[in-house]
Each structure stands twice: as C-alpha cells, then as structure tokens.
Design a protein around this ligand. Structure first.
Ligand code: SF4
Ligand code: SF4
Length: 347
C-alpha cells in the first residue's frame, strides 16, 4: 500500500481518478453520503474498466439516527438500515465487495460498541461483501482508537491526524497501540484545513504537513483530498519522496503556533456554552467553507447539526473558550449565514 492514497470526497472527475490510478495510487476512499451518492457512482464507472484486484476501495456508512450533538445512537440506529445503505453503496460502485467498510464518523464508546451496527458489519464481512471493517473518526479519536484496540475485532481505523492537533501525545500513543495490535492506520485531515486564514493568503505547507504524517511509522497510508491535477502531481511526488526535511520541520513548527482554520474537535469549549452548541462541527463547517472552499459540504454539515441560523444571537457575551483562541461566536455567526442559502445557489 503506497503511503499516499486518494481522498475522493470532493472529486467528481473520473479522469483525475484514472490519472491517480495510472500514477500508482492503490486506495481510493469515498463514502455513502459524499455528493449524495454521485461520488460512489463516478468511482463505480471508472473501476468497472480495470481489474478488480488492481485497487482497494474504501467506503463509509453513517449509521442512521445518531444524535449529531452527543454522538449517541438512538432506536433508529439499526442493523437493517445500515445494511440497506451499504447495499446501495455497493450497487452504485458496481462491485461485489469493497475492501474496507468504515462505520462513518464515530466519536463515542457507545458507537464503537453499538451492537446492531457491529453485528451488521461483521455479517457483511462474513458474507464476503467486505474484506476489512473499520471506523472513521474525527472527534475523540484517541478514545475511539483505544476502544477499538481493546475490542480486537477491527481491522483498520481512519483518523484525523495532523501537526496542528493539540493532543498529539494521546494521538501518537493510540496510533502506536493500534499499529502494534496489527490494525491498519489511515490518516485524514492531514493538511489541517489547507489554509491558515479565512482570506486564503497563507497556505499550510501541504507537502511538509503530509510528510510529517507519513513520518509516523504507525501510519499505513494517508488520504489527502484531491480535486485538481496539480494537487495530484504534488501527492504523487510525495508518495515517492517521503522524507521530511529539517527546513520543512522548522516551517511546520512556526506554522503550528498560528491559529489556522483547523479545529481539534477536542470539545473543550462545549461545557462553556449554555446552549451546548455543537461547536466542533460548526468550526468544521467553517473550515469546509473557507479552507476547502466547499460551501456545499459546509451547508450539509450545518444542516446535520440542526443548530439553525445565528444560534449565538441570544448571548450577550460568549462564555465558550477555545484552546486555540478561536473567536467562537464570530465564526459561528459567520458560518451560520449559510443555513439560509438554498442549496441551488451552492456549488
Ligand atoms: S455566543 Fe454562541 S457559542 Fe458562545 S456561549 Fe453563546 S451560544 Fe454558546
Ligand atoms: S473550537 Fe477550540 S476548544 Fe472547541 S473543539 Fe475546536 S479547538 Fe477545541
């Protein structure tokens, strides 16, 4: 498995996928929910033209009925709904099986150990519709990974991992433990939002950021999001030249002290908010809009949180404090304007 793979999430371009495949990438990562299914359909179109054993396909299914604020399952979180969504993914992909199936965006022990969902995933593996089962996580990652290791049934984890996380000691320890237990570690959010400012005048040194992730021997591969041929060229170059230079290291250290757009999703701010707003998700929507320049992704995430338009309007002052010094109220007020923009106007 090459150390750089393809995060397909925001790409609907099969020529780009073909160029990555021809360039030596092996793992292509999508999800049931990306682009309302068009992402999987596009991949299904391309991969039906090449030998099935020449690539790895990973997809993710988000269990139904999970509370977006607490991350906890409900009565609607059933094995049947999970399997039905997975079967739809399989038909969009035009495949008999996927190589990796992730439970999408788990953030609590309750979800890692959710009996119905775990049973569904083990059944699909037994039926040969899935080769490896895993969990994707971008919140409470060390807890999720450590729980997965304890349970011993998981093959792979897809986790946020980048030089800007403020809990790297816990992350590095969880990754080492999981790798030692034989789990595959796939890293995402490796570019930490791609930009350090809302106006996009200061880019993250993406080559250095990716090399930094790869320099962890526990990491099996990474899935940077690729939407353009110049990005692909950069990623293919890094795939073949992985060494992080001393200068890159110094640049990353200097960047790490700046605020940037990346929210840790550490939830340290949430207890300070009397309305218990889903601040990490709102900050992620902000990063999608200004870092990824994807108002569609930002809008979808905002809808999922059900925070509504201008949820901070009832507060005189913001009592939620961010470990990175984000002006939480300002960012929420800014991004929540998207709630009132109809989807037809977003691209
Ligand atoms: S301003 Fe917003 S984030 Fe801050 S405490 Fe009030 S509702 Fe919570
Ligand atoms: S806004 Fe700040 S404190 Fe809150 S989750 Fe993000 S990084 Fe953590």
């Amino acid at each position: 498995m090459p150390v750089v793979s393809f995060g397909v999430m925001r790409s609907d371009n099969s020529s780009l996928v073909k160029a990555a495949y021809d360039g030596g990438m092996k793992l292509f990562d999508t999800a049931h929910g990306y682009m309302n299914g068009r992402n999987e359909e596009m991949l299904g179109g391309f991969f039906s033209t090449v030998p099935r054993d020449s690539f790895f396909l990973a997809t993710k299914v988000k269990p139904a009925g999970v509370d977006s604020r607490t991350g906890l399952p409900s009565r609607d979180t059933t094995a049947e709904s999970f399997i039905s969504m997975f079967n739809l993914s399989l038909s969009r992909l035009k495949m008999d099986y996927v190589d990796i199936l992730y439970m999408h965006a788990a953030e609590s022990v309750e979800m890692v150990r959710h009996k119905e969902t775990v049973r569904a995933m083990l059944d699909l593996k037994k039926q040969g519709k899935v080769r490896f089962i895993g969990i994707s996580t971008h919140k409470n990652e060390p807890l999720v990974i450590n729980t997965m290791v304890e349970d011993g049934i998981w093959d792979v984890v897809l986790t946020s991992y980048n030089y800007r996380q403020t809990y790297l000691t816990e992350m590095n320890s969880a990754i080492a433990k999981a790798a030692g237990a034989g789990m595959g570690i796939v890293a995402m959010k490796t570019m930490a939002g791609g930009w350090l400012d809302r106006e996009r005048t200061r880019p993250v040194n993406v080559q250095a950021a990716l090399r930094w992730v790869i320099s962890n021997p526990g990491v099996s591969t990474t899935i940077p999001g690729i939407t353009a041929f110049d990005q692909l060229e950069t990623d293919l170059r890094i795939m073949r030249d992985v060494a992080l230079t001393e200068q890159e290291k110094a640049e990353l250290m200097a960047e790490a002290s700046l605020q940037g757009l990346y929210c840790n999703a550490c939830s340290n701010c949430v207890p300070g908010c009397p309305n218990k707003l889903p601040i990490p998700e709102l900050m992620r929507a902000y990063m999608y809009a200004y870092g990824y320049r994807s108002p569609v992704m930002a809008s979808e995430l905002l809808s999922a949180t059900a925070a509504g338009a201008n949820p901070c309007s009832g507060c005189q002052t913001c009592t939620a404090t961010c470990v990175k010094g984000f002006d939480i109220r300002e960012k929420i007020t800014d991004i929540s304007r998207l709630v009132n923009v109809p989807n037809d106007f977003l691209s």
